[in-house]
Design a protein around this ligand. Structure first.
Ligand code: HEC
Length: 70
C-alpha cells in the first residue's frame, strides 16, 4: 500500500503544479482538466453526490476531509 500512496501523492502534486504554475497556465489553460482526466477521473467524479471508488470532488476546496459517507 505504501507504493500506492506514493503514486497517489505524486499524481496530486503533479495536478497542483499544473494548476498553480502561472507560466504553465498561460500556455495550456486546460492543464488541470487534462491532469484530472488522466489521473483522477478513474476514481472520482466532480458531480455532487456522485461517489465512485473515491468520493465526489464537488466543492472539494474548503471542504473538511473525510466527510463523505460510504
Ligand atoms: C485509484 C483510485 C483513485 C485515484 C486515481 C484518485 N483518487 Fe482521490 N481518493 C480515492 C479514494 C478511495 C479516496 C477516499 C480515501 C478515504 O476516504 O480514506 C480518495 C480521496 C480523495 C480526496 C479526499 C476527499 C474527501 O472528501 O475526503 C481528494 C481531495 C482526492 N481524493 C483527490 C484526488 C485527486 C486530485 C486525484 C488525481 C490527482 C485523485 N484523487 C485520484 C481514490 C482515488
Amino acid at each position: 500500500m505504501r507504493s500506492l500512496a506514493l503514486l497517489y501523492s505524486s499524481f496530486a502534486a503533479a495536478v497542483l503544479i499544473a494548476t498553480l504554475s502561472p507560466a504553465h497556465a498561460q500556455t495550456s489553460p486546460d492543464a488541470g482538466q487534462i491532469a484530472y482526466n488522466n489521473a483522477c477521473r478513474t476514481c472520482h467524479s466532480i458531480k455532487e453526490g456522485d461517489n465512485r471508488l473515491g468520493p465526489s470532488l464537488y466543492g472539494i476546496v474548503g471542504k473538511k476531509a473525510g466527510t463523505v459517507s460510504g
